[in-house]
Ligand binder design. Structure first.
Ligand SMILES: [Zn+2]
Length: 175
């Protein structure tokens, strides 16, 4: 291949994860994401919740409303980003979600340049953590039983709703 003389800047170098909060703050934010998930469940929806944080403050929050809105793209992370509204930059934000983002939500994370994602668990669904990491997103998986059990229980009780959410055939069941 001819040398074009161009250098490709690594995506990784574009993301700064130095604003990673301490464990106590992470827990407080995750508790709010869990609260959102519970809100969603109480509405008859899928219990996944998210918050978007900037400078130690929640600037957007949301939960999965696919059933409530009849909208296949209304995942918790998307609902949360919509609630936060337009931002000039996401470089100092953190997306905190009870479940590791799926391909669609990971795509939004990479697209907007969110540098840090903190997930409650990554077990109910083989999600897109690798895709985000390859694109320079700093990933924290808290692996919380609380998040796992909430969603696994829902998936067991409503297998077809859960399958529809993640776009797999209805026979799928979480491990
Ligand atoms: Zn998603």
């Amino acid at each position: 291949m001819p040398d074009t003389g161009k250098t490709v800047q690594s995506q990784t170098s574009l993301r700064d994860a130095s604003h990673l909060p301490d464990a106590e703050e992470v827990k407080a934010f995750m508790d709010e994401a869990i609260r959102e998930a519970i809100n969603g469940m109480e509405e008859g929806g899928i219990p996944i919740g998210s918050v978007l944080v900037r400078k130690g403050k929640i600037i957007g929050r949301g939960h999965n409303r696919r059933i409530q809105f009849g909208d296949p793209t209304a995942h918790a992370e998307i609902d949360c980003l919509r609630a936060a509204g337009r931002l000039r930059s996401y470089k100092d934000t953190i997306l905190i979600s009870t479940l590791m983002p799926c391909a669609m939500c990971a795509g939004a994370t990479v697209q907007f340049g969110i540098p840090i994602v903190i997930a409650g668990e990554n077990r109910t669904f083989a999600s897109s953590s690798e895709f985000m990491q390859v694109n320079g997103v700093h990933i924290v998986d808290l692996n919380l039983d609380e998040c796992y059990e909430m969603l696994a229980q829902f998936a067991k009780e409503h297998p077809s709703l859960w399958s529809e959410d993640i776009g797999v055939e209805p026979s799928y069941e979480p491990q």
